[in-house]
Design a protein around this ligand. Sequence first.
Ligand SMILES: [Zn+2]
Length: 309
Amino acid sequence: MIVTSLLISLALGQVEPTPYVRSRVEAGNTSSQCLFWTVPTIAWQNSSVGNPNTALEAQKQSEFEAIRRSFQSWQQLFESCGNLRFSEGPLVDDRKVGYELRGDNNRNLVLFRSKRCEEVVASSDACWVEDTCGNDHDCWDSDARTIALTLTTYDEKSGIIYDSDIQLNASGFVFTTVNTPPCIPPANGRDNSCVSTDLQNTMTHEIGHLIGLDHVPQDPGSVMFPRAPPGETSKRNIDEGSHQFVCEAYPKGQASQSCVTPSLGSSGNTTVLGKQAVGCSSSGAEAWLPAMVGWALLAWRRRRGGARS
Ligand SMILES: [Zn+2]
């Protein structure tokens, strides 16, 4: 029976690695709508603070440059076969992630959080119940083993993305920008002379989430593989499968592609916003299970029309 089913799988092409996985309104449910942008330009901005752990101005600038290179890598793919572009706005003082319906202060923000909420917020603070500690106290409110978190807000009916913010966990990871060598031991990266958690590696992955890609847990060669061990820089280069996503979900000269019809122009008077926060873990093979559990717990969805978090 096993042999038979394997042969059927081979015949159906089911053992081929998945080139990419699109994010869905209901994460993992392939009958629910995909998340995608319909604007021609995604404007994004760096927080003016940069990495609070970085003292040297030159290093701060090198970090901003690494973030820009990550967007440029995707931009090159969109230029070859896609229909949108990225545009960087000026540095902003805003430290809040999320989206307000009809708000005038929304932006796609990239920021570092350098303090853990558990360490700076009293356990009695109402923000724990409201799930607003990160914004209220400018702290990392997620799992300590998570490198970065992309929070995407979208229309629950159409899957159209309104906003996506990327938070980098500088409270738990040393972000570096040099090309080589890997830090040995990994924790020695504080001076940025070796690769600890490569910023461009991390950002290239997170921007994949920002444009509507989910993790590809089966393919370590994908930029959307959910983990990145210390010293890794390979995700700076976007794999063919993720390139295929750009060409197919955002075809050049055409509208961005949904997965379920009807989608665009869906009827109804109320807009229901959905939010997804996807965390991306580090750690070596020995931490495989805890890392995956951490990721699963972080992939939640909330229905809170108009609320900001
Ligand atoms: Zn991820």
